[in-house]
Design a protein around this ligand. Structure first.
Ligand code: NAD
Length: 478
């Protein structure tokens, strides 16, 4: 075997956690290699996640706008047709531009990209197998003072219902269907189910969403959940909530899903059967650690298959660290990126930190849904006293001008201290509106702080100011 190549840090995984950590570590003076088995950098997020889904969400929004929305603005267009091939090619180009952008950031920062599949072979050694098989010419060994695991996650299948990549698909294939399904069945009313369900609904598919829980989007604030459900149902998404899937049958060209209501034993409830031509299973993701050699070097997994780490992102093996979807916490690209930076800054003797209480969540449906902090139900469960202010986009001048008046901003603050506990936005460009709330959380702001900040007029963010004023029952325009 050729002599091992030596680095200060070897990062395994070139997704948001890994590539960002690699760049920051190089900036801090470390000699860094980043091993990635996909042909391109960027991980799930750039290749088959956040970016292609947003490209399709934007394109499908334009299509729907051209078909139904522009006429309301007095813009008359002729025959609007869908060119799915061009839409997909544009998505692929966006992905290609961004993944090659990371490759050039690596060159700029002198990070060594290593193509192949990595396996731990010691606390300071990583074997990388490129095309050509293990142990032979295709294998090389990297040695490093530290190793950072950033291998991400993979779609979870429903027990007994394996993905077939054709009729029963995960988000990866749902981003590249060859034609608009006649009837797309989605299992899971979480982030992926709602985003990709929206894309195909806008492009003309009938979409049925089957969800185990009685509400969509898990533990989100109940009022916002209900509002989201109402608006999305109006767009044509058919929800079957509190339903347990009892069977999935695949026949030539069709998929049949049966489910029964989740009711107490003996309570009435009609089973349902839905027939479609594609099934998207979006019931969560699980950490991806297969073949990584963790057990061999003494890194144990928790019962969820995640890698346990301490506050410095160090595993039980002192030279091995882990960040992103393979550790606990929300599976969000921005959480993963910030962990990557925090881990390598700590390695460099600095003070890395991630404020887990200030992580924004965004669901890119239309209207978008975004939040920081917690909702009312969770605060009630904690027995915490709070005050709420909310303000509808219906009363927000910019939203009126846009013709996008669905939704509201809701602000929840501690009843005693006025400190922000939750900011929830459902409405146009909620993804951008939430940014000031995330910053406010980071600064430990009060609702009064938001209310006193000058918000430009006319902007969507005025709804934030008015909702913050509403916490103290002094909204001006309501
Ligand atoms: P999710 O956890 O958001 O939603 C999964 C849903 O499936 C839940 O509502 C759950 O109750 C439901 N479910 C689970 N088992 C079920 C069953 N047997 N029958 C019916 N419903 C069932 O997971 P996801 O939507 O698959 O997304 C995976 C991960 O990717 C999440 O962690 C998410 O945060 C992340 N992601 C984030 C974004 C974003 O931030 N915009 C976009 C896509 C994915």
């Amino acid at each position: 075997m050729a002599e091992a190549e030596r680095f200060d840090l070897v990062v395994i995984g070139g997704g948001p956690a890994g590539y960002v950590a690699a760049i920051r570590a190089a900036q801090l003076g470390m000699k860094v290699a980043c091993v990635e088995k996909r042909p391109t950098l960027g991980g799930t997020c750039l290749n088959v996640g956040c970016i292609p889904s947003k490209a399709l969400l934007d394109s499908s929004e334009h299509y729907l706008m051209a078909r139904e929305g522009l006429a309301r603005h007095g813009v008359v267009v002729g025959d609007v047709r869908l060119d799915l091939a061009t839409m997909m090619a544009r998505k692929d180009k966006v992905v290609g531009d961004l993944t090659s952008g990371i490759a050039s950031l690596f060159r700029k920062n002198k990070v060594t990209p290593v193509a192949g599949t990595a396996r731990l072979v010691g606390p300071d050694a990583v074997a990388v197998t490129a095309e050509g098989g293990s142990g032979g010419a295709g294998e090389r060994t990297l040695r490093a003072g530290r190793i950072l695991l950033a291998t991400g996650s993979e779609p979870a299948a429903l027990p007994g219902v394996p993905f077939d990549g054709d009729r029963i698909v995960s988000s990866t294939e749902a981003l590249a269907l060859p034609e608009v399904p006649r009837h797309l069945i989605v299992i899971g009313a979480g982030v992926i189910g709602l985003e990709l369900g929206s894309v195909w609904r806008r492009l003309g598919a009938e979409v049925s969403v089957v969800e185990l829980l009685p509400a969509l989007l898990g533990t989100l604030d109940g009022q916002v959940q209900r509002l989201a459900q109402r608006v999305l149902a109006r767009q044509g998404l058919q929800f079957h909530l509190a339903m347990r899937v009892t069977g999935v049958e695949r026949t030539a060209g069709a998929v049949r899903v049966t489910a029964r209501p989740v009711t107490p034993e003996g309570a009435p409830g009609e089973p349902i059967a839905i027939e479609g031509d594609r099934l998207l299973v979006a019931v969560g993701r699980r950490p991806y650690t297969a073949g990584l050699g963790l057990a061999e070097v003494g890194v144990a997994l928790d019962r969820h298959g995640r890698i346990p780490v301490d506050g410095d992102y160090r595993t039980g093996v002192p030279s091995i660290y882990a960040v992103g979807d393979v550790i606990a916490g929300p599976m969000l690209a921005h959480k993963a990126m910030d962990e990557g930076v925090a881990a390598v800054e700590t390695m460099a003797g600095r003070h890395g930190h991630v404020n887990y209480a200030a992580i924004p969540w965004i669901v890119y449906t239309w209207p978008e849904i975004a939040w920081v902090g917690v909702g009312e139900e969770e605060l009630k469960a904690q027995g915490r006293a709070y005050r709420v202010g909310s303000y509808p986009f219906q009363a927000t001048p910019r939203a009126k001008c846009m013709g996008e008046t669905d939704g509201l901003v809701k602000i929840i603050a501690d009843a005693g201290t006025d400190r922000l506990l939750g900011v929830l936005v459902i409405g146009p460009r909620a993804s951008d509106v939430i940014a000031e709330a995330a910053l406010a959380f980071e600064f430990g702001a009060s609702a009064e702080d938001l209310a006193r900040s000058v918000h430009a007029h006319p902007t969507l963010s005025e709804a934030v100011k008015e909702a913050a004023l509403g916490v103290d029952k002094r909204a001006i325009h309501l």
